[in-house]
Every structure is written in structure tokens, then in C-alpha cells.
Design a protein around this ligand. Structure first.
Ligand SMILES: [Fe+2]
Length: 212
């Protein structure tokens, strides 16, 4: 039994891995993705000044107001062939969220440990999918704020939808070695925190991959 979900750094529920046609994906990515630039401060006070040198990416699905709420400049491009099924599945796999936007992120360099502006829950509630990972190294890491222990979730094999704790842990990414990694960032308010916590407890009990 998991007593305290705030001790969990991340959980990757026992779901089939999200896959995509890589040949078609890379051909499209090189045309469509742009450097992501920060437009304004986020709610944690992370400021301006990163002019696209950290990430490339673009939004693949959004609700009308999404671009008004985010602090990043990102393109929006629809590609039903590549992402239609994935978008449908994300909504089915994460019924506790009012999803506002799905954005691809690919870090180009080392990203220092930080909190994202949102979410602020004391349990793993920041959803991502490690959609493509051709790196030789696990890049994404979490650091426990209390004991500074650093964890690198292995998301290159097995389930690749995961949720991380953006409040009790900080996160960052090592520079990719030998290939690229592309995450799907899932943005939108958590409308049913109790439901998600119940699901996380069930997943831990069932042996899902998780970290402390
Ligand atoms: Fe972040």
C-alpha cells in the first residue's frame, strides 16, 4: 500500500507503449518543428531569455484558447495520419484531465533542474509521453528536493506514458547522445485529482514502473 504519493517521483502506468511510424515522423519533423522560445514568465517566475536554444517542437493538437495560456511560442500543425490515433488514445488514457494542448518537445542541450509552472499537485500529475527516444542515454531526470537523490526513469523500453511529480521533485534533462528524443507534453488542468490518485495507487500495487 502506498501511504504517501508525494514520495513518488514518477509513475509509468502499465499501458501499451505509444508508437509512431518513425520514417514518416522524421521526414515531417524536419519540416514542421521550430525552436521553442519563451514568451513570458511562468507562474514560478522562470523568466525570458531563452531564445530557442533549448528545445525544438510544435503543437499537434489544441483547444482554441491553448495558445493564450502557454508561456512558449510554438507552431500548431495538424497531421491526422501521424497523430490521429495517438491523440484519441491520450484522451482515453487520461480521463482525469481537461486536456488543452499536446505539444512535442525535443531538448537539444542539457536542461538544468527546475519546476514547471504547473501543475502544483503533491503527487505525480505532470503527464508526458516519451514518444521517440533514439538516444544512447536516459536523458530525463528527477531530483528529490529533500535528499537531492537523482532518478533517471527508463522510458526507452516498456510503457512510455508517464506522470512526474512537479512539486516535491525538480526535473531536467541531460544532453542527448547519439540520437534525438521527442516527448509529448500534455497540458491542461487536472479536474479529478482523487480519481488520478486512486489510479496511481492501483498502478503501484499492480507493479507499474515508478520512482522515489
Ligand atoms: Fe520542465
Amino acid at each position: 500500500m502506498v501511504e504517501d504519493l508525494s514520495a513518488l517521483s514518477y509513475i509509468a502506468p502499465n499501458l501499451p507503449r505509444y508508437e509512431i511510424d518513425r520514417e514518416k515522423f522524421w521526414a515531417w519533423w524536419h519540416e514542421a518543428s521550430i525552436p521553442i522560445a519563451r514568451l513570458t514568465r511562468d507562474s514560478r517566475g522562470n523568466g525570458q531569455g531563452w531564445d530557442g536554444e533549448l528545445w525544438n517542437g510544435l503543437t499537434i493538437w489544441q483547444k482554441p484558447d491553448y495558445q493564450k495560456t502557454i508561456v512558449w511560442k510554438v507552431n500548431h500543425q495538424v497531421n491526422e495520419e501521424l497523430f490521429g490515433e495517438i491523440i484519441e488514445r491520450v484522451h482515453k488514457d487520461l480521463p482525469w484531465y481537461d486536456i488543452q494542448g499536446l505539444t512535442l518537445w525535443s531538448n537539444k542541450v542539457f536542461i538544468g533542474a527546475h519546476h514547471d509552472g504547473l501543475p502544483r499537485d503533491r503527487f505525480p500529475s505532470a503527464p508526458r509521453i516519451n514518444l521517440i527516444d533514439e538516444c544512447e542515454n536516459d536523458t530525463f531526470f528527477l531530483v528529490n528536493r529533500k535528499n537531492l537523490k537523482r532518478t533517471y526513469p527508463n522510458l526507452r523500453t516498456g510503457p512510455n506514458l508517464f506522470l512526474f511529480n512537479n512539486e516535491d521533485f525538480v526535473h531536467g534533462a541531460d544532453a542527448p547522445i547519439g540520437g534525438k528524443k521527442v516527448l509529448i507534453r500534455i497540458d491542461g488542468p487536472l479536474k479529478d485529482p482523487e480519481g488520478l490518485q486512486k489510479y496511481i495507487r492501483e498502478q503501484v500495487e499492480a507493479g507499474a514502473k515508478c520512482g522515489i
